[in-house]
Design a protein around this ligand. Sequence first.
Ligand code: ZN
Length: 358
Amino acid sequence: MNPNLPLAFLMEEEATINLQPNPVPELRDFLRNLPKAELHLHLEGTVTPETLVDLTRQPGRTPLTLDAARALYNYTDFTGFLMAFKAISEQLQAAADYELITWRMLQDLHRQGVVHAEVYVSVGVVYYWRRVAFEPLFEGMERARIRAERELGITLYWIFDAVRHFGPEAAEPVFLKAAELRAANPSIIGIGIGGDERKTGPEPFRELYAQAAAAGLHLTCHAGETVGPQSIWGALNIGSERIGHGLSAIHDPELLEILSTRQIPIEICVSSNVRTGCCPQAFDHPAREYFDSGLMITLNSDDPALFGSNLLDEYLLAEQAFGFTRDHLRELAANSIEASFLPPETKLLWLNRIQNYE
Ligand SMILES: [Zn+2]
């Protein structure tokens, strides 16, 4: 889910995810200790109401009570979702703010047994809405990343995300900044576009994607979340190595065949698709069909603080909604490592751990 999606994608009513309140404890423990990677996660979408309150308590800002913050997250339509996202973005002003939200995100991921994360940061929003330099903010993010790797053993790569409906002109400085900063910061691993798929497909970004690839950046793309399979074809045509969501591929057998043959990773976000109304309910999601068709799918949480979910819950939901066995869930965890941009030797290390995990 990209926070810049238009009102039309709003759910009129919140769908329930049908996650039972008390899943079998052993399964939760099994999944928590299962090494796994999170590949589709927006930094800004991890800010909880509690953290939002902490951000507002700084000098010169208007303090928000916890009840008021929670009310922001308690949205029932997309306008409310946008208000929540804007309220969060407006509080992200200094390097220390980015350091705090990155640190808390990584602590939370660590508690869920996530060993590696590849996280979108909306550099496009920073440039387009706030018009401030990104480098100082990035330094705050990096401080938290380095601390978490040292203290918690969790690794993190950044993906600089542009907003597609602001157009290629607005995306260009985002991708150039990723290429420029990457030289001194190998944690910047790739670029991506999110936003309103109805306003533009991926094709206008072809040239910029080619330039980013030439600069050594990996390519990702939100595609097939709110529109049909042509968006996914477009993402493949401009060289995207992974597909964010890929929900509408189910309507195109030829595309499914290509995704399966080429083992293009699909970053599945079930709760997100349900909460935004892109998918009526979890049981309707094509994740199981994709899995059974041999597609390389991974489970992800997208904007967990805004959707009331997290990656561990996504695995539990997958077990309940799709009947995945523990072996299947272990395979999904292995997929998340395989589909990551980690170096081969690190992938092997984690894949061996997963294979031997009981
Ligand atoms: Zn997303």
